[in-house]
Design a protein around this ligand. Structure first.
Ligand SMILES: *[C@@H]1O[C@H](CO)[C@@H](O)[C@H](O)[C@H]1NC(C)=O
Ligand SMILES: *[C@@H]1O[C@H](CO)[C@@H](O)[C@H](O)[C@H]1NC(C)=O
Ligand SMILES: *[C@@H]1O[C@H](CO)[C@@H](O)[C@H](O)[C@H]1NC(C)=O
Ligand SMILES: *[C@@H]1O[C@H](CO)[C@@H](O)[C@H](O)[C@H]1NC(C)=O
Ligand SMILES: *[C@@H]1O[C@H](CO)[C@@H](O)[C@H](O)[C@H]1NC(C)=O
Ligand SMILES: *[C@@H]1O[C@H](CO)[C@@H](O)[C@H](O)[C@H]1NC(C)=O
Ligand SMILES: *[C@@H]1O[C@H](CO)[C@@H](O)[C@H](O)[C@H]1NC(C)=O
Ligand SMILES: *[C@@H]1O[C@H](CO)[C@@H](O)[C@H](O)[C@H]1NC(C)=O
Ligand SMILES: *[C@@H]1O[C@H](CO)[C@@H](O)[C@H](O)[C@H]1NC(C)=O
Ligand SMILES: *[C@@H]1O[C@H](CO)[C@@H](O)[C@H](O)[C@H]1NC(C)=O
Length: 619
């Protein structure tokens, strides 16, 4: 790593070593240091059992936000928690040793959560790992949701693999034992999940779109690559990871449309696909030892820079606070068409733009080369009008000018996030498109985490501050010429030594409940029963069934539920009325799930017809 900015480096040493004051006084660096402390503490406040804003959250559970209404984010999302834990592990590696208990608590909490059966499924089939969120007390959430979300296991694996590599490299016996006996079994379940289900549809990271998500595919690919390397060190069988990773990489190429990266493919909705999904991907898969690789969409790649420009430009006229600025940094959000809470800029997406650029600066500095092509020329011209296609080296006059303009541009996005941060330093989810005041969930864990990772990336770009560890991107030699749809069926076991409950993770059977029930438009059918999997007869925990196959000839409502083999259940169906009332069947049914060995293909189907009164459509 080259010392690019000597002054900045000196400022960093002072800041890290003593008080939060840099050579620039209250310049950007010192503002960043102040906000960084608030942000790291903001994250820790949201982690059980002792986090001041997370009362009742179990040990190691990272809630998304303390907000319990409008919106209620008092849950733990596997994705948000995984990204946050990656930040914590990186900070730990950078010398914050007091963070280790948070990592160990997280590991235990995840070992438990992996075994909690949920509406996405159970551990024994792996499907349950794709559940997006749980209650903070480590119980299942039965409500309607966009599920499954297949990025969570990959992100959790990446955070834990980073920790496991540190444990192994420490050459300490207890640490190595921790990696082998506790971390790897949790990671292995997640990697098996990715290898088995990467080629199935998923909800995207915004929980809105069902199809294939660039972010999901990319983080899945990364997890398998680094998981395979770790597995080999531990003597594990990594064949499935080695065979599936190239297929994901091949598929990843299809998201590039020649001008920008399309966030979601294989979807029904009409969207431009210009989305912070892609910016967040480039920082989630950044490898400081990799060059500007287009196939891996690295931060400094032509594709990712071209994409960054298209993404940023999409917000110039949609937010009032951007004042139609034709050039320069602006506030950015998830995607321009967003309407959630009025569709505002988000702190974490604005900061992600700067982080991608800081990561890119690190990469150019490392490879000591910077190439501009037709693909990213428009990006360069927008920040450095006289930029021309060509290759530049550190000895060239243009080198510093190009990198300085990227740094200045990146800093501009941080300045915008800071400008709209209240004096307390509290980071909500969004800031108003009209006037920049905080909107939606307060103290969002991911907002805080994004500030910490941005700060670390900036220090690594401007000083000899350590970089985040490589995940082995350089070991990837090529993209397969032929993309293959594939899946490697995995085996899933509770990580008992890491904290999973003994006896959990038993064999389950996928039971398809089919019921013939004629309904009117606005009336829906639910399933309820006497076990935890079926919501313990609680109406608000009943399962919404699907009418996708409903026809005049066959008024079919259906749902797949994974149930423990040999279990006897009681259940009935419900009708929800447009006025909010419920009509119950007048019959409680009993059913015994067959033993796993008797189920061919893993599925059984129950064929029922509604028994009881029906609803009346409103006039
Ligand atoms: C877990 O938390 C949820 C939400 O607060 C609550 O409804 C549920 O009763 C709790 N379950 C247990 C077992 O404590
Ligand atoms: C599965 O992989 C094939 C080959 O890359 C691809 O065409 C298809 O869209 C993928 N489907 C999903 C849901 O990932
Ligand atoms: C890419 O941009 C060019 C130039 O604006 C345009 O002609 C082309 O249609 C775009 N392609 C896609 C897939 O958006
Ligand atoms: C800021 O704008 C939001 C709408 O985005 C509005 O609800 C709020 O009242 C405004 N606040 C101020 C201080 O103007
Ligand atoms: C549910 O009902 C069945 C049939 O009555 C019974 O055998 C089973 O023990 C019940 N399960 C629970 C969790 O109460
Ligand atoms: C079904 O069981 C539930 C829970 O025990 C009970 O409340 C309900 O009355 C029963 N329904 C019938 C039709 O027996
Ligand atoms: C289910 O029952 C079968 C036959 O009685 C038995 O062999 C099997 O071990 C049981 N499975 C579980 C998960 O209890
Ligand atoms: C079993 O059910 C799952 C979930 O609906 C489905 O993906 C799978 O194809 C089914 N398998 C068989 C053999 O029907
Ligand atoms: C549900 O409807 C289908 C199609 O009419 C029929 O084949 C099936 O027997 C019905 N199921 C029951 C339980 O009545
Ligand atoms: C709700 O609608 C149902 C008909 O679907 C009707 O029987 C019931 O009286 C209504 N309840 C209320 C509170 O309006």
């Amino acid at each position: 790593m080259i010392l690019r900015y000597f002054i900045a480096a000196l400022a960093t040493i002072l800041v890290d070593g003593t008080a939060a004051r840099s050579l620039y006084g209250w310049g950007l660096e010192s503002k960043i240091e102040v906000q960084n402390k608030i942000s790291l503490q903001g994250v820790l406040n949201n982690i059980g059992p002792d986090g001041s804003l997370a009362p009742g959250a179990h040990a190691g559970i990272i809630i998304a936000s303390p907000s319990t209404e409008d919106p209620n984010y008092f849950y733990t999302w596997t994705r948000d928690a995984g990204l946050t834990m990656k930040m914590i592990v990186d900070e730990f590696l950078h010398g914050k040793h007091d963070l280790r208990p948070y990592i160990q608590d997280y590991l235990k909490a995840q070992a438990i959560l992996q075994t909690v059966s949920n509406p996405s499924g159970a551990l024994s089939s792996g499907r349950g790992l794709g559940e997006p969120k749980f209650y903070a007390n480590e119980t299942r959430f039965n409500g309607d949701w966009g599920r499954p979300q297949r990025d969570g296991p990959a992100l959790r694996a990446t955070a834990l693999i980073t920790y496991a590599r540190w444990l192994i490299n420490s050459r300490n016996r207890d640490n190595i034992q921790e990696a082998v006996e506790k971390v790897w079994p949790v990671v292995q379940n997640d990697l098996n999940y990715v290898a088995q289900y990467w080629n199935d549809t998923t909800f995207d990271l915004w929980e809105e779109v069902l199809g294939s998500s660039f972010f999901t595919s990319a983080v899945q690919h990364r997890a398998l690559v680094e998981g395979s390397a770790l597995g080999k060190k531990l003597g594990a069988d990594t064949e499935a990871y080695d065979s599936e990773a190239p297929n994901i990489l091949c598929f990843l190429q299809t998201y590039w449309n020649g001008n920008y990266t399309v966030a979601n493919v294989g979807i029904e909705q009409q969207r431009t696909g210009i989305d912070s999904n892609t910016i967040l991907t480039s920082i989630a898969t950044f490898d400081p030892e990799e060059g500007c690789d287009d196939a891996l969409f690295q931060p400094c790649s032509h594709r990712s820079l071209a994409n960054l420009k298209v993404y940023v430009d999409s917000f110039r006229t949609v937010y009032t606070i951007n004042k139609k600025a034709k050039t320069g940094p602006v506030a950015t959000g998830r995607y321009a068409e967003d309407v959630y809470y009025g569709g505002n800029p988000w702190y974490l997406t604005t900061l992600a733009v700067s982080e991608q650029l800081y990561d890119a600066i690190q990469q150019w500095s490392t490879v000591r080369s910077l190439t501009i092509t037709d693909v990213d020329l428009a990006f360069w011209k927008s920040i450095y009008p006289s930029a021309k296609a060509g290759t530049y080296k550190p000895r060239d006059r243009q080198w510093n000018k190009l990198l300085d303009s990227v740094l200045e541009y990146a800093d501009g996005f941080v300045n915008i996030a800071l400008k709209y941060t209240p004096a307390s330093g509290a980071l909500a989810e969004q800031y108003s498109r009209e006037n920049g005041t905080a909107v939606s969930a307060r103290d969002l864990t991911w907002s805080y985490a994004s500030f910490v990772t941005m700060r670390s990336a900036r220090l690594s770009a401007t000083s000899n501050y350590p970089q985040v560890p490589s995940w082995g991107a350089q070991t990837i030699k090529s993209v397969p010429k032929q993309c293959v749809a594939s899946s490697a069926v995995g085996v899933y076991k509770p990580a008992i030594k890491a904290g999973a409950p003994p006896g959990s993770g038993q064999c389950t059977v996928m039971v398809t409940f089919d019921v013939n029930a004629t309904t009117f438009y606005g009336e829906n059918i639910y399933l309820s029963g006497n076990t935890t999997d079926l919501g313990n007869w609680r109406v608000f925990d009943a399962f919404a069934m699907s009418a996708n196959e409903y026809t005049q000839e066959r008024p079919l409502w259906t749902i797949d539920v994974e149930l423990p083999a040999n279990e006897t259940i009681q259940y009935h169906y419900l009708r929800s009325q447009p006025n909010g009332t419920w009509i119950h069947e007048t019959k409680n049914r009993t059913y015994t799930v067959p033993p796993c060995a008797n189920v061919i293909g893993g599925n059984v189907t129950i064929d029922d017809a509604w028994v009881g009164p029906v609803g009346t459509p409103p006039k």
